[in-house]
Write a protein of this length. Sequence first.
Length: 597
Amino acid sequence: AHNTIELPKPTRELEWKDVNFLSTSDVHGWLLGHQHATWPEPNYSGDFGSLASFATHMRRIASDKGVDLLLVDAGDHHDGSGLVSSSADASSKAEDIFSMLPYDIITIGNHELYHYEDALEEYRNRGRWNGRYVTSNVNITIKAEDGTFQSVPLGERFLKFETEQGRKVTAFGVIFDFKAHARGISIQGTSKLIKEAWFLDAIKDKPDYFVLAGHMPARGETGEFLPMFDAIRQVHPKVPIYVFGGHTHVRDCVQYDDRSIAVVPGRYLETVAFTSSSLPSTDENAPLDVSRRYIDGNPVSYKWHTKTSDDDFELPIGQNISLALLRLSAALNISTPLGIAPHDYFLNRHPYGHPRSILTAFSDKVLPYTIQDKERNGTRVIIGNAGSLRFDLFQGRFDRNDELTVSPFTSAFLYVRLAAGLARNITEQMNRSGASKFIPSQPTTKLEEEDRVRRIFDDYMAEQWEDYLIQGGNDHLYDQESNQMVLEHGKIPKKPRTMGFVTKDRCPGKGDDIEHYPVPFVGNQPDFIETPFPDVDDEEIIDVVSMDFALDDFLAAVNVLDPTIGLKEKHMKPYAEGLEINVVFGMYAKEMWQKGL
Ligand SMILES: O=c1ccn([C@@H]2O[C@H](COP(=O)(O)O)[C@@H](O)[C@H]2O)c(=O)[nH]1
């Protein structure tokens, strides 16, 4: 019955001001929108075509009002849905479709930089963004026409443009100091970037406002936006600075001073953030009047905010985008059912070990069943990288698109023979150390530690859930079986509500456009998981299998547990050669989930 609940309409008009922004980030290929019926998915059912129609209506409204409206994206288009994870060619085509909506400022994410070919594709086709792809701290090494290798900016170093209303904008696009990028890519930390002559020159002239788009969190007393912010403030103490972050996958907002606002719009086309600000009037010292609103990505919200209806909401740009997406999806053949999933399996709604946790299904069922090496049928344990799973797997029809949504990466498997006594401690040791590629490289203060990406997500979401249960949520109970909030017997709900994001950011007032009850969230999930350990004596030598993406963490853990081993990459051999992690759920579904097909 929950699937028949109508999407709620917004109740508060957007606060349009002199300067307005729509921002997205971490879209990860979710251009077709969220298509499953399990809540909160219907809240995010709008595809990129409907976003394009919305943005275009919003541009018209801005124009009518005589105010600015800029469209900003903070990167991570790769690795997610079948549209971007089926093949390199698919992600290139999906990126072409993305660029059919003209963004004013767009930057790169870490998922465009894991593989050199992906970054090169972005570099070669940067023209599709009409000069608005800005990567202030990313270089790529390319073979120049004269045959020499040259390190060149991947996109524009900075942007200077005038808005339709004649306002001057200076903009930068940056990424956090990401270490796991491919060879041939270089990233300069923002504290170094601000010393570059080109940067100092770019900020010399006073624009009407600055925009910083960054694939990085907005929060953090020592976050990576701050060196740039401070450098600009040294020269222009009062010029407005608008910051658009990403990477954390959560809605967030913070103000660095009263002439700025920093907003993060979540992930996966679930949210479009609307940010607005007055511009300084005659009183140079008055704080800016700013606001932000996190709009759920669906046509009901889009229509309400643009005062359009079924008859006039869809515009040719949106229809063309939707059609192009459907054509690409059909050509990729990602919609054929592979099986019927018997349950929902969630990434963060249950602790690891719970039968409805996708991590549990991965370690206890999918990996043991699918990762088989024909040459090696001895005893083994497989250690998996939990971060390789990216989303929930929903009950019902399960196709290649769903498979890639859950597990988009191309990691392969490697093994080494080790004593079982040592092997049984490796995963625990790996979890003690954490996923090294995602731990900040700088020594951290307590405050910085608090701002670690994962921590933000965990604390933030767990808090929402606890608060809800303690305070407002006492007319509903969480039903484990249906994964829904159900009305407590005999009670009348205070308000009709749907499950969705409940945001607590650091900006004044309410940010969420629609009031929901929060999605249950369990933080502190392990970074690494393992298949059920074989029943063997400690002395027995077994195959210990690692995913190649986590190999550095695996080698480090083995060498910590027994420094005499001196395990190196060259000692590892392929296991189940040819098999990559992005096909295992499909293999499992084809065998185990055929009932109902
Ligand atoms: O090849 C890969 C690349 C990345 N991962 C995992 O992805 C996340 C980081 O993703 P963000 O969206 O940038 O937060 C991290 O957990 C990696 O382990 C991977 O598994 N394989």
